[in-house]
Each structure stands twice: as structure tokens, then as C-alpha cells.
Design a protein around this ligand. Structure first.
Ligand SMILES: NC(=O)c1ccc[n+]([C@@H]2O[C@H](COP(=O)([O-])OP(=O)(O)OC[C@H]3O[C@@H](n4cnc5c(N)ncnc54)[C@H](OP(=O)(O)O)[C@@H]3O)[C@@H](O)[C@H]2O)c1
Length: 291
């Protein structure tokens, strides 16, 4: 069956919003965007009726419980949204025999690696958010072996809450800021990830078999401190930035020290050229400043 009508969860999130922007250039697809008022991921028992009414021929799940520190205390809700709901969406997709795309995180890894994480490396989350996402991955795969999981990292966008917007605000408000400089990862522009996701749909419609785990992040790698320095430079701000160690910035949830994702698999399976994180950041900040 060719994909035409696509149900997207998480309409108001960074990725859901960017998918809506990117969708305009793909009139062959009809996207139905649902937010938490129309599809609440905390209520998996409600999904089947809602989805059957819409009758999509693909589901993209961008919604998630993404508050990494809060997940340490709101465990039940985080698990329901990130694991049980994903399992149920995978199950329904299997019953309907339609593609199911969902997203996961670099935080499924423990951060002890010294070279980029491949898609088949063992997961070992160091915080509860990562554990719920790793659980969601496995449960979705068990419910529907054709599930497409895209792990991503350090997501930013012109829309929603993210490191770039927070830094731009804080750098205007404060004379100096201390930023963690000993965690390494790959920033990801939600706009680029949205486009890559639509290219997956295009590839499926051309008959390509796409299933299993993929990694998507902008190319290059940096630390949160390096990321902040680039934000400061592009936005032309003057705040003094100091690099600190994780140990000096305690948070309720532990973070992996190294969570660089290897993206070779997705680059070889679909026709996307992934921009560098610096180019993506320049575009994002230019848009933020314009609006
Ligand atoms: N953000 C990152 O840095 C990051 C890093 C790695 C992986 N990821 C993964 O990438 C995917 C996209 O993330 P994102 O950055 O777009 O996240 P986001 O901006 O935080 O958006 C998450 C969306 O999920 C929605 N949501 C939360 N609980 C819900 C519920 N019970 N029912 C329905 N919707 C609910 C939120 O709704 P409201 O708008 O109503 O709150 C929000 O629109 C997620 O799977 C995330 O885990 C993100």
C-alpha cells in the first residue's frame, strides 16, 4: 500500500512542528497532526478508536515525555508515554499493516564509548528517561518487527523549548554563564530531521524496505560548552562563557559523557545529505532573529 495519509503525534513539539513546516513541500502526502488534546499518549487504551477513525497509512510518533530530569520523579507517566504508548502504536500499526516511525535518544547509551555509537551497539541507559526510551524501542520492536526507530540527540529548533533558545535568552540576561564542557554529542536541527523523516516515507513509497534502528543527527560533534560558544558567536552576544565539569553541575538525572551517534546507516539508506551542526545552527538562529 502506498503511503498517502500520515498521522503525526506531538504536533506542538519541536519535531512535530517542523514536520508541519516541511510537509508543505510534499503535497503528495496528507498529514494529520494530533496534539495531546486529540491523542493523549498517557492513555494508550484510547489509541485504537482514534486511529481507526482517521485511517492513516503511516504513523509518525514525535510525541514523548522529554523532561529528562523530571522523569526521575514522574516515573509512571514517563514510562507510559515513552514505552507503553509506543508499544501500543507499534501494535496498532502492525494490525493495520502500515509503517510506524518513532524516535529515540542518544541517552539510551551509557556514554563510556570513545567512538560514535553504531545502531546495533548495546543500550545501557544512565537515567530514567533513557530507560523509558530504551524500553519503548524494545517493546515497539517486539510488537511490530517493522517499526522504524530513529535515535536522535541534542535537538534544537526555532520552535519550542531547547538549548539554543534558552542560551540566547540567558546570554542576553546575564554577564556570564557556566556551561558543561565535558559531555560530547551531536546537535540536531529538528528541521533537518523532519526532512529526513519525509524522505523515509518517499523511499518506502518507492518500494524500499526500511525498518529497525537508525541514527540521525547533524554532522560534527561538540560539547554543550562548544555549542554555547557557537550560539554566542552566531547571535553576536557578549556574555562571558565558562566551561565547567559535569561534577560541578549536579542534575537529578545523570547524563552520558559521550553520546555521539554514528549516522552512516541512514545516510546510505535514504537520499539525504546531513548538514553540519554549525550550518544548521546558523540557519536556525537566523530564523529566530527574524521572527
Ligand atoms: N529534545 C531533545 O533534545 C531530544 C533528544 C533526543 C531524542 N529526542 C526525541 O525526539 C523526539 C522528538 O522530540 P522533540 O524535541 O520534538 O520533543 P519536544 O519538543 O519536547 O516535544 C514533545 C511533544 O510531546 C508532547 N507530549 C508529551 N506528553 C504527551 C502526552 N501525554 N500526549 C501527547 N503528547 C504529549 C508534548 O506536548 P505539549 O506540547 O502539549 O507539552 C510535545 O509537543 C522524541 O521522541 C524525543 O524523545 C529529543
Amino acid at each position: 500500500m502506498s503511503i498517502h495519509k500520515i498521522l503525526v503525534t506531538g504536533a506542538n513539539g519541536q519535531l512535530g512542528w517542523e514536520l508541519a513546516q516541511a510537509a508543505v513541500a510534499f503535497p503528495e502526502f496528507e498529514f494529520i497532526f494530533l496534539d495531546r488534546t486529540t491523542l493523549d499518549l498517557a492513555k494508550p487504551e484510547s489509541f485504537e478508536t482514534i486511529i481507526k477513525q482517521i485511517a492513516p497509512n503511516a504513523i509518525i510518533n514525535t510525541a514523548a515525555y522529554t523532561a529528562v530530569d523530571k522523569a526521575e520523579v514522574e516515573k509512571e507517566l514517563a514510562y507510559t508515554v515513552n514505552a507503553l504508548a509506543v508499544q501500543e502504536l507499534a501494535r496498532i500499526s502492525k494490525v493495520l499493516a502500515i509503517p510506524f516511525i518513532t524516535y529515540s535518544t542518544d541517552y539510551v547509551f551509557n556514554g563510556n564509548a570513545t567512538s560514535p555509537y553504531l545502531t546495533d551497539m548495546p543500550v545501557d541507559p544512565v537515567n530514567y528517561y533513557g530507560a523509558t526510551k530504551a524500553g519503548g524501542e524494545q517493546m515497539a520492536m517486539d510488537a511490530n518487527e517493522n517499526t522504524i526507530i530513529i535515535r536522535t540527540s541534542w535537538v534544537f529548533s526555532t520552535h519550542g523549548n531547547n538549548f539554543v533558545k534558552t542560551m540566547m535568552r540567558l546570554m542576553k540576561e546575564r554577564a556570564s554563564l557556566s556551561i558543561v564542557g565535558d559531555q560530547k554529542g551531536r546537535p540536531t536541527y529538528a528541521k533537518d530531521l523532519a526532512l529526513a523523516t519525509i524522505h523515509i516515507l518517499v523511499a518506502i513509497n518507492k518500494g524500499q524496505v526500511i525498518k529497525g534502528i537508525y541514527h540521525y543527527a547533524n554532522t560534527g560533534e561538540t560539547t554543550w560548552f562548544g555549542f554555547a560558544q557557537k550560539i554566542k558567536e552566531i547571535a553576536g552576544l557578549t556574555c562571558e562563557l565558562k566551561s565547567i565539569n559535569t561534577i560541578d553541575f549536579p542534575t537529578p538525572a545523570k547524563r552520558p559523557a559521550y553520546s555521539v551517534l554514528d549516522t552512516n546507516k541512514i545516510e546510505s539508506h535514504i537520499s539525504v545529505t546531513i548538514p553540519s551542526w554549525e550550518v544548521a545552527l546558523l540557519e536556525c538562529i537566523t530564523q529566530i532573529v527574524k521572527s
